[in-house]
Design a protein around this ligand. Structure first.
Ligand SMILES: [Zn+2]
Length: 67
């Protein structure tokens, strides 16, 4: 979580601007966000896929252990 010395407070990473600027005073308090939106989409897709595989594994375990 980036800290702004001007405002003397912590800011949520999501609230910080794309250039790493403070949402209140505009001072740069974090490195610029390099991850483009499609990279985030890829991460979300990966998480959903892994969750789906985990779901499958749980169902498989229930099926195997049920016998
Ligand atoms: Zn600030």
């Amino acid at each position: 979580m980036p800290f702004c010395e001007n405002c003397a407070k912590f800011h949520e990473a999501d609230a910080v601007g794309r250039k790493g600027d403070c949402p209140t005073c505009g001072a740069v308090i974090a490195p610029p966000k390099k991850a483009p939106w499609h990279f985030k989409l890829l991460i979300v897709a990966t998480v959903i896929y892994l969750g789906y595989r985990l779901f499958q594994l749980i169902f498989w375990l229930i099926k195997v252990l049920g016998h």
